[in-house]
Design a protein around this ligand. Structure first.
Ligand SMILES: [Zn+2]
Length: 434
């Protein structure tokens, strides 16, 4: 098969890499670029310093970066890809995605669509995310498709299908009658929960062991919901006590993995921060004490503004739209307090309920709501890599890092919306988009 063929001639590798770009719409081969490629463009982004260097070059050999900077060695026979006026930068990282969700009635996907059907859609979603420049992602739950995400991750890793590097959680964990338990349906119909039940510390431990056995890289727990927002006041019940979350974090750490929580507000956020989770996703409302602990323990907040914006624009009624917009404004104001308090941020969009491949909008929204572009890029790439446990191999263009490189048409420090117009994608040394 094409994916297992290796090429000794660099020029041939380049020709084939470009050929792949054209054939990707129909098929998904993954031919390793086995020799040197030099990427050349007008600029290259230094994420750590938050500066643009001109011109920009990256020397790639196999799946790794050999050299990156204003100019690099051009080994004899190396293929040169000239990206003109573009800016080279590391592949994007989204720390909150759902490959197994697509726009539409979220709860009903579990009811209407089979897991095999959803798995095929997840493969397409993975390709769309990669083509949009996302070369690494954390999947925050299959929402009723069990551990099918492990199969998608493995198929990507073995070159069977194109997609980002994935950290997957399997089915997320929630309580009976909780946020994901089909609570808007007639209970007599026994509509399935979109998460796996765990109602106490013992059940959390056994569900975690099962999910790890089935291939989970980390554990996703629903910590709050259902949310209420009325007259400017936000409330949300917690789902697990601090002691229960501690048991979950300990069990997960025992096998060198971490917990990320869906957590919109207090007091659930305080319990999660004290228990030592790795990230608090959504984070509409955090108390001063929670923010202090998050800063101290370097627990990331993941605002997921893009999904809120999409829901506001696609609400069922004008009343629902107004409520979504008010909620988003409340969150934006809280976000500014979180930045002022030094809460570390990571960039996650919650894509899935809105179309895959469009989620770079999240970077723009974080800038809109008050975070400097250089900080958003650091949050996305440096903190994102840390949250995925890949801080020494992705998120920067450095010697020894994976050759996950994209090109954008302009300066993301001046106009972060250029991340939504990615023109070139290389992942693991393979050109997927040109
Ligand atoms: Zn989510």
């Amino acid at each position: 098969m094409l994916r297992s063929v290796r090429f000794a001639v660099p020029a041939l590798a380049l020709v084939l890499a470009l050929a792949i770009v054209h054939s990707l719409q129909a098929r998904s081969p993954a031919v390793p670029a086995s020799d040197a490629i030099v990427l050349h463009a007008a600029h290259i982004l230094d994420v750590e310093r938050g500066t643009l260097v001109s011109p920009g070059e990256v020397l790639v050999r196999g799946n790794r970066i050999v050299e990156a900077g204003s100019s690099v060695a051009h080994p004899g026979g190396a293929a040169v890809i000239d990206l003109g006026a573009a800016t080279l930068m590391p592949g994007l990282i989204d720390v909150h995605v759902h490959l197994f969700l697509h726009p539409g009635a979220e709860d009903l996907q579990t009811v209407v669509e089979s897991v095999p059907e959803r798995t095929i859609l997840a493969e397409i979603a993975a390709r769309e995310d990669l083509m949009a420049g996302f070369t690494a992602e954390r999947d925050m739950g299959t929402e009723g498709a069990g551990s099918a995400d492990s199969a998608v991750r493995n198929a990507i890793d073995s070159g069977l299908i194109p997609g980002p590097r994935m950290r997957v959680s399997g089915n997320a964990i929630s309580i009976l009658g909780g946020h994901e338990d089909a609570i808007h349906f007639n209970p007599a119909e026994h509509i399935s929960s979109n998460a796996t039940y765990a109602n106490n510390a013992g059940e959390l431990v056994s569900v975690i062991r099962q999910q790890v056995k089935e291939g989970a890289d980390f554990i996703k727990i629903y910590q709050t919901g259902a949310d209420r927002f009325a007259d400017g006041t936000f409330t949300t019940p917690y789902q697990y006590t601090e002691a229960q979350l501690e048991a979950a974090v300990q069990e997960t750490a025992r096998v060198d993995k971490r917990v990320g929580v869906h957590c919109t507000g207090e007091p659930g956020a305080l319990y999660a921060a004290r228990a030592g989770v790795a990230s608090i996703d959504h984070a509409y409302q955090l108390s001063p004490e929670t923010m202090r602990i998050m800063r101290e323990k370097q627990i990331y907040a993941v605002p997921t503004f893009a999904i809120s914006e999409y829901f506001a624009a696609h609400a069922d009624s004008p009343t629902a739209a107004a409520r979504q917009r008010a909620m988003l404004a409340f969150h934006a104001a809280e976000f500014r307090k979180q930045l002022a308090a030094g809460v570390p941020m990571a960039v996650g969009s919650d894509v899935g309920p809105f179309p895959h491949g469009t989620q770079a909008r999240e970077f723009e929204l974080m800038v809109t709501y008050g975070m400097p572009a250089a900080d958003v890029l650091r949050a996305g790439l440096l903190n994102g890599a840390r949250l995925l446990g890949w801080q020494d191999v992705i998120g920067q263009l450095k010697p020894g890092f994976y050759a996950d490189v994209i090109a954008v048409p302009g300066d993301p420090l001046q106009d972060i919306s250029v991340l939504q117009r990615v023109g070139f994608v290389m992942k693991n040394g393979i050109v997927y988009r040109r």
